[in-house]
Design a protein around this ligand. Structure first.
Ligand SMILES: [Zn+2]
Length: 472
């Protein structure tokens, strides 16, 4: 058994992962705010969360890991852009229509990067979760850490700081907090760490839900931070094992999530391990529309680059390091990936049957030690290269490297033929799930997925090259 170590932002050090329930793990990832296309920096967060989930599954088994991701489909930005795009629709209908479009693109991007679909996807504007958010706000209010002002509900940070530690993930100068000063924006800097909004009172032409607190009618909508606290608790309970997100979410978003759950759910430590991936720079600069360096997967397609080359590039940099994106680096990754595909292809000359017993235990251990060392993917990729150079038999090398690919997710089993290029993202996702089930020898699940793929009008065939998908 190789121990798993993760860098925990909460303690600012690498720690051994000890799950709450033996050999099981629950994790929550802050999903996208669906108001625009995801850029490469956003996507890095999901490649990271996917790798972590795959590593947990590699250690604990396919079905023992529960991955939850939310979709933020109600916040300042989605409301603003929905109003611009569909001004004539009723506000909630406009928001729903607008966010559904960008959510669809988001899942397409994830499928293109071979990112597995989370086990649970929660939508913030879903009535079921809105009710959870209202209940959490009521709890916080009853505990005495929230107050109503001008139709909105705010969290009292000064009062919180008197009893609990304020600034657990990010260093915040608590002496600068001013009592009764409020911030309504969903995003703000450390300099205006003030009472933040839990529930925003209704504004004209904005979507809203009914809410009653302490006998007062407060129609409005949730603040961004309360959404994640309530949705994570709804699917994973509190405390849960791991929470992931980009480093920019540490403050205020994740900090506020902790405060809300501590007083609202009366739990000392709502999350045991907080993991954050670093920023992506483009040519040494922060990515932004005004710098004209806001790249999405469409820009890769326009240059004829396989989206998995971007995944491969992310793997070459530790998630905890700032990654500098350049087109040259991406092209080199694209070449590197093609080389890797050729290396795998050469092993197939004998075209034998793949057997689990052919996986080389020494190399598997080496690989596991690398990925379990806080996702050290550069070291894991080096182990794969060492494997190719070794004098093991081809079939051992092949079985071993395809086993590594459960974590790498580079489609090494079937770089070209695995999935029909025309197959839609939903089908690709089912094929990926089936691949995982097959690796786990979960045959009933594999058969169930085959039937599901068939029902959608596609055939799946198992060949020595892996699964082959074609239109019925
Ligand atoms: Zn979140």
């Amino acid at each position: 058994m190789v121990k798993l170590f993760l860098y925990n932002t909460l303690r600012r050090k690498k720690e051994e992962f000890r799950p709450i329930k033996k050999a099981r793990a629950g994790l929550y990832t802050c999903g996208p705010t669906v108001y625009n296309f995801a850029h490469l920096g956003n996507l890095r967060s999901y490649v990271f969360a996917d790798l972590l989930t795959r590593i947990l599954r590699y250690n604990l088994g396919l079905t023992n890991v529960k991955w939850v991701m939310n979709i933020t489909d109600v916040d300042d930005k989605t409301i603003r852009n929905a109003k611009m795009k569909y001004p004539d629709l009723e506000p909630r209908a406009s928001l729903k229509k607008f966010t559904a479009e960008f959510e669809k693109y988001f899942w397409q991007d994830l499928a293109a990067l071979n990112i597995s679909k989370p086990d649970y996807v929660t939508h913030a504007a879903d009535e079921k979760y809105i009710n959870k958010m209202k209940n959490l706000i009521k709890n916080i209010f009853t505990s005495g850490y929230a107050y109503v002002k001008d139709g909105s509900v705010y969290f009292d940070v000064i009062k919180y700081g008197q009893k609990y530690k304020y600034g657990q993930l990010a260093e915040v100068d608590v002496s600068k907090l001013k009592p009764g000063v409020r911030v309504d924006a969903d995003e703000y800097g450390k300099d205006n760490a003030q009472d933040f909004v839990l529930w925003k009172g209704r504004k004209e032409n904005e979507p809203s839900w009914d809410f009653e607190l302490n006998g007062q009618k407060l129609p409005g909508r949730p603040g961004w931070h309360i959404e994640c606290s309530a949705m994570a608790e709804a699917e994973l309970g509190t405390p849960f094992d791991i929470h992931t997100g980009g480093v920019d979410l540490k403050f205020p978003h994740h900090e506020n999530e902790i405060h809300q759950s501590v007083v609202g759910y009366k739990v000392k430590k709502p999350v045991n391990y907080w993991l954050h991936n670093e920023h992506l720079l483009v040519d040494g600069q922060r990515m932004g529309k005004r710098f004209n360096n806001f790249y999405t997967l469409k820009d890769l397609a326009a240059r004829g680059i396989n989206p998995l080359a971007y995944r491969f590039l992310c793997l070459q940099t530790g998630y905890g390091k700032v990654m500098n994106f350049t087109w040259e680096a991406l092209k080199a990754a694209d070449e590197g990936l093609k080389h890797l595909y050729n290396q795998v292809k050469e092993l197939r000359i004998t075209n034998h049957e793949l057997r689990i017993k052919d996986i080389n235990v020494n190399f598997k251990k080496k690989f596991l030690e690398a990925v379990n060392d806080d996702l050290n993917m550069p070291r894991a990729l080096a182990a794969a290269q060492e494997l190719f150079k070794s004098d093991l038999a081809s079939q051992e090398k092949l079985a071993t490297v395809l086993d590594f690919d459960k974590v790498l997710g580079l489609n090494l089993a079937s770089p070209e033929s695995g999935c029909d290029k025309e197959a839609p993202a939903e089908i690709k996702e089912l094929v990926n799930q089936r691949e995982r089930a097959r690796q786990e020898k979960n045959w009933p699940e594999s058969d169930r997925l085959r039937a599901e793929i068939k029902k959608s009008g596609w055939n799946v065939e198992d060949t020595s090259e892996g699964q082959r998908v074609s239109k019925k």
